[in-house]
Design a protein around this ligand. Sequence first.
Ligand SMILES: [Zn+2]
Length: 169
Amino acid sequence: MLARAGRRYRSIALEADARHLLTDVWTTAGVAAAVLLVAVTGWQRLDPMVALAVAAHVLWTGFDLVRRSYLGLMDRALPPADRRAIEAVLERHSADGVRYHALRTRQAAGRSFVSVHVLVPGAWTVQRGHDLLERIEAQVREAVPGASVFTHLEPREDPASFADVDLDR
Ligand SMILES: [Zn+2]
């Protein structure tokens, strides 16, 4: 349950606690099984072997958590499944002549960020364009719960719309 809450809130701290509990369960079960097996088989060498396996498991779990906490502090892109969900939202509007580019995603410290340029026919009114962006932003937030969405509206016909895809410009 802790692990599920950790995933839902993208909290590495909750997940670390869950993994800690789980590690305790596994190590206790492993040690108990080893004591039993040594008692039954009389094979003394089993005890240090199980101890090594337990130590390796604890070390690996700890290492994995440290690695992912570090990644959590560094910005990185959203998982591919989230990106596909965002693309599906944007493609839903392609029949109306709506295109997009410069889709960027980022997650940092449990928050998700999505930014995208939305290209619409230049003859659209500001009202119509804004209504579309509001809808797209709501749909992206539905696809990626809790995401902060930034959009930028551009006329499809203007070459300048396509000259701004780079981060540095
Ligand atoms: Zn653009």
